[in-house]
Design a protein around this ligand. Structure first.
Ligand SMILES: [Zn+2]
Length: 347
């Protein structure tokens, strides 16, 4: 089958590759419609690795996929041919202790799309276990369906933050993950969410959303602004989504006593922290690695209009232009929020 294949660092081809075509009893076959390009896809393309995962053999990229069911295995009861769906791109081992404890995302054996050596979904057809495939409501487009994957990351962070209604949030980093986290925090009860970045062009998207307060870190002093706005108290929920070491400084200067801090962005280098100061403030820390059980609530929030991801989809490329799409993504233009590939525009 034709697919977008990362041969090795910086070498991408749209070419034929052997992929499974027979479906198992618990599987469904999906005609892929739209796939979003994730930061991790771009990272594998540019660097050939992320942390412990190295591209050693050719791999199909893409894990943010939506499409239409074209075949169902005989054990699959909830999905049927013709359903519009999105895919939670991890194949879980139901016998693992992590799975039984409801945190399958920490199982080292999870097979996650486009994480070496597991192939992803920038290809016309895929086979996947039916229990990780979710039906999309009528009013959700395929493009929005492909946004459920990144949204699930923000939802995981917000779930861990245990937000109370009316609280004030702060998100560091206005990339796609920062944005979905901020939107999930608003949907989850935050009255306002500050979102801070050093690139003013990235912050322009905030004008689409009431409740989001953009802070250009090159022009404004973040902690002075927050302390002034909150009468010296600080924010209640802090989300690190930038991966930048400097962003961690805001934990010290912007958090209120007892604030919850959630680390979502992956720091490129180890970040030293003065824990005694954080302990004295009673801050609570949580971390996020992917997500578990977030697809259904994410889809429901999109369906009910509580979260709108449409302004984030800034450019769509045809499947035949997939390589060009990645070259564009690797330019890291600040006004490109989410680039998507239209693999097949029939239903
Ligand atoms: Zn992703």
């Amino acid at each position: 089958m034709k697919a977008l294949v990362l041969e090795k660092k910086r070498v991408l081809n749209l070419r034929e590759i052997d992929l499974p075509t027979d479906i198992g009893d618990d599987d469904v076959k999906i005609k892929i419609h739209t796939v979003g390009i994730c930061g991790s896809d771009i990272h594998y393309y540019e660097h050939g690795k992320i942390g412990q995962w190295h591209v050693k053999t050719p791999i199909v990229l893409g894990h943010e996929g939506s499409g239409t069911i074209i075949e169902v295995g005989k054990n699959e009861k909830k999905l049927k041919v013709g359903d519009k769906v999105c895919v939670e791109p991890q194949i879980v081992n139901k016998k693992s202790k992590e799975y039984k404890l409801g945190m399958y995302n920490y199982d080292q054996e999870v097979k996650f799309w486009a994480t070496p050596p597991i192939h992803g979904c920038i290809t016309p057809e895929v086979i996947f276990p039916g229990d990780m495939v979710f039906k999309l409501p009528e009013n959700i487009s395929y493009a929005e369906g492909a946004m459920v994957e990144p949204l699930a990351v923000g939802m995981q962070g917000v779930t861990k933050a245990k937000i109370k209604p009316g609280q004030i949030g702060l998100v560091m980093g206005c990339g796609p993950i920062g944005l979905v986290t901020a939107l999930a925090a608003l949907a989850g009860g935050c009255a306002q969410v500050y979102i801070a970045d050093i690139l003013s062009d990235k912050l322009k998207i905030c004008h689409h959303y009431s409740g989001l307060i953009p802070v250009d870190l090159t022009k404004e002093d973040l902690s002075s602004k927050i302390m002034k706005d909150t009468n010296g108290w600080g924010i209640d929920r802090f989300f690190e989504c930038s991966g930048a070491t400097k962003a961690y400084e805001a934990i010290f200067s912007c958090c209120s006593p007892g604030a919850h801090v959630v680390i979502i962005g992956m720091n490129a280098i180890p970040v030293p922290m003065d824990w005694s100061i954080l302990c004295a403030k009673g801050l609570e820390f949580q971390t996020v690695h992917r997500y578990s059980h977030q697809y259904e609530p994410s889809i429901k929030l999109l369906e009910m209009g509580k979260i709108n991801v449409k302004p984030m989809i800034t450019h769509t490329f045809d499947f035949k232009d997939s390589v060009e799409a990645f070259e564009r993504a690797a330019e890291h233009r600040p006004t490109d929020v989410k680039l998507q590939i239209l693999v097949n525009d029939e239903k």
